[in-house]
Design a binder for this molecule. Structure first.
Ligand SMILES: Nc1nc2c(ncn2[C@@H]2O[C@H](COP(=O)(O)OP(=O)(O)OP(=O)(O)O)[C@@H](O)[C@H]2O)c(=O)[nH]1
Ligand SMILES: [Mg+2]
Length: 430
């Protein structure tokens, strides 16, 4: 067990008690709105972060109160719950503006955290590798920066037109110093991560040279991606019944059913309302997915909310630019599900824990990969000769003819390369 886990699971340390709050306002975006399922998930997230959730308040109203987010009556009710239950903090299922968070903090007399703040906290506890830590730190600073600004405006507003005594001069200077420090740190982290991306780019090109197809596991957090990777490759990377167990990309060799090999990548799981700060900061990690030849979308079919989870994952895949990548749906935890199992094309049911169904999955991966190989005829302008070099490295080039206007190439390419050569596809005799 690693150090981080000890800290999280140590029961001798008194856990912070948390009240959970959410708003289901009709005017909110469906993805922003809270409901029973997202409150349940918030409960698990709070536990994952190491606190003890004790009560839940969910409000229905037309729209959020611009000042206090919840209506005044609900704020009062929440305050009473906080006092009765002896809570140390309130966690909101929605994102709060910096000023709403402050108003609520003052009203409640305890710390207020929003969903983004909570998820960032979990990521910070989980990050193991240097890259993971850099990415989380970057996301945290991006989250904090506007909130520092808000704190200052708030102090000023409180005293009307002039700043209260003690917050003038040095206070502002301190804040300016903090802000400058954070901006410098953001700059530095961005540069370091850029370097990480370059290294990854090199590794990727290396792989492409070997022409080994890449299969990426994607899916909602806790769907069983890491368990499946272990079962398929005989590895033993960490898994756990917690949200966001995996934050780093792991890649292992995969032997396909009918011979041949692929690389299988596991990575960070998705969740609804995944903070933009994190999506941006984790670009280097998530980018792996856009270079995959096929995606294995792992779905926990034993979760009653699985259909909503599928939508969240598919939205994020599209947002990351991998919406066109061929995909197999892998319904996992079939052992814990009594309903009718899906049996459509490109759908496989497995139990990653016992390995049931994984033979069929390997076969489906192999079939999908070979089915996705395309024979293309290209007309590559002489100005783009570098592309021909790339094809020689990464594809199976069957024929090359030099004509007056272009090099005409017949080749068999993998899906990831297909996208790049698409502009040069030519009709057979065109
Ligand atoms: N019943 C059942 N549980 C499973 C199965 N596969 C995985 N699990 C459990 O589901 C939990 C999550 O598994 P992980 O493999 O860590 O899930 P993950 O998708 O990698 O999760 P994150 O890394 O947190 O996003 C663990 O407790 C697993 O033991 C399965 O086939 N059946
Ligand atoms: Mg995992």
């Amino acid at each position: 067990m690693t150090q981080g886990d000890t800290a999280i699971q140590d029961t001798t340390v008194k856990k912070e008690r948390a009240a959970l709050a959410g708003l289901a306002a009709a005017s909110m975006d469906a993805a922003e709105r809270s409901d029973e399922a997202s409150m349940d998930e918030l409960w698990r997230l709070t536990e994952t972060a190491g606190a003890e959730p004790v009560c839940t308040v969910l409000q229905n109203r037309d729209k959020p109160d611009p000042h206090s987010f919840l209506g005044l009556g609900k704020v009062q009710e929440l305050k009473e719950a906080v006092q009765n239950e002896g809570c140390d903090l309130v966690v909101f299922d929605n994102d709060l503006t910096p000023s709403q968070a402050r108003v609520l903090e003052e009203a409640m007399g305890v710390r207020v955290l929003d969903r983004t703040g909570l998820i960032l906290d979990i990521f910070a506890q989980r990050a193991r590798t240097r890259e993971g830590k850099l990415q989380v730190e970057l996301a945290q600073y991006r989250y904090i920066l506007p909130r520092l600004t808000g704190m200052w405006t708030h102090l000023k507003r409180q005293a009307g037109t002039s700043a209260p005594i003690g917050t003038r001069g040095p206070g502002e200077t301190q804040l300016e110093t903090d802000r400058r420090h954070i901006r410098r740190r953001i700059q530095k982290l961005t540069e370091e991560l850029e370097q990480v991306r370059r290294v990854r780019g090199t590794q990727r090109r290396q792989r492409e040279r070997n022409a080994v197809p890449v299969v990426a596991l994607v899916g909602y957090t806790n769907a069983g991606k890491s368990t499946l990777l272990n079962t398929l490759t005989g590895d033993s990377i960490q898994t756990g019944d917690r949200l966001f167990d995996t934050l780093d990309t792991t890649t292992r060799k995969l032997d396909l059913a009918e011979g041949g090999q692929a690389l299988l990548s596991d990575t960070v799981g998705f969740i609804r309302k995944l903070p933009t700060e994190l999506v941006d900061a984790f670009k280097a990690t998530l980018e792996e997915l856009t270079y995959a030849d096929i995606l294995l979308h792992v779905i926990d079919i034993s979760n009653p909310d699985w259909e909503a989870q599928v939508r969240v994952v598919e939205d994020l895949i599209a947002r990351l630019g991998a919406g066109q990548t061929p995909c197999l749906r892998v319904y996992n935890k079939c052992d814990a599900y009594a309903g009718r199992l899906p049996a459509g094309e490109d759908e496989v049911c497995v139990c990653a824990r016992t390995g049931e169904g994984t033979g069929a999955l390997l076969y489906a991966i192999g079939r999908k990969l070979s089915g996705e190989l395309r024979r293309v005829e290209l007309a590559i302008p002489y100005a783009k000769a570098a592309l021909l070099e790339r094809l020689r490295r990464e594809a199976n080039v069957l024929d090359v003819r030099y004509t007056d206007e272009a090099v005409r190439v017949l080749a068999v390419v993998r899906p990831a390369l297909r996208e790049d050569v698409r502009p040069y596809e030519a009709l057979r005799d065109g």
